[in-house]
Design a protein around this ligand. Structure first.
Ligand SMILES: [Zn+2]
Length: 222
């Protein structure tokens, strides 16, 4: 082995190999909603069956929390990031999300009676709902179910946008909506890619995918 060969071997050793993880298995983190009864079924691009998948659940698939007046990456995400070399984070929302429904109701009529823990977790979602109205993503005139579906996608978009900015650029962040209701097509129970790193426009997202990727790309918000 020449010096150059040795160098290239050393370069190809992943950074975290000293922690004893399989060097050729990539790890993805999947953030879904803790109130969701939908189980993850089958891999979501770019993750496939060869990947190691770590699943975490947060209320309303949120990716951030408040700490000392700052918005930081949720500890449920940071903790596994300390343990594994995570190269992909997927945020998965779902159309029947009661947490977002609750956040919307709290935006309409603030509830001063609820426990502080709930307030702390729902307040960021309530302000996302407020932003949605401000940006014209949703309007009071919409039927309640379309309002809910749009808020679900908008929330996924916002969580992906946050992680895309907060995590190193080497980490791919993608957002999916699990369509339990047939909001995106007449066939329910499908999952749609709605955000990919910085992009949310379906045409832009599709352009970034490999040609052979079997991914449903969609948006209710365009
Ligand atoms: Zn939910």
């Amino acid at each position: 082995m020449t010096g150059n060969d040795l160098e290239s071997v050393i370069e190809s050793v992943p950074d975290r190999s000293d922690r004893g993880h399989e060097s050729d298995t990539q790890t993805a983190l999947v953030v879904s909603c803790s109130m969701s009864s939908c189980k993850l079924r089958g891999p979501l691009w770019p993750v496939d069956a060869t990947w190691n998948v770590v699943g975490v659940q947060t209320l309303g698939n949120q990716t951030q929390e408040r700490y000392e007046e700052k918005t930081i990456v949720d500890s449920n995400i940071e903790h596994p990031r300390q343990q594994y070399d995570i190269t992909v984070v997927l945020v998965v929302g779902h159309t029947k999300c009661e947490v977002l429904e609750d956040a919307y109701e709290r935006w309409v009529a603030p509830d001063s009676e609820s426990p502080d823990g709930i307030e702390a977790r729902l307040d960021p979602l309530r302000s996302i709902v407020g932003d949605g109205f401000e940006e014209g993503v949703v309007a009071e005139s919409l039927p309640l179910n379309s309002l809910q579906y749009r808020l679900v996608e908008y929330n996924v978009r916002r969580q992906v946008q946050f992680l895309h900015q907060a995590l190193p650029s080497s980490v791919t962040v993608a957002g999916y909506v699990y369509d339990q209701d047939g909001a995106y097509s007449s066939f329910p129970d499908k999952r749609y890619l709605v955000a990919f790193d910085g992009a949310t426009d379906p045409t832009t997202v599709r352009d970034r995918l490999p040609e052979d990727a079997s991914v449903r790309v969609a948006s209710l918000l365009t």
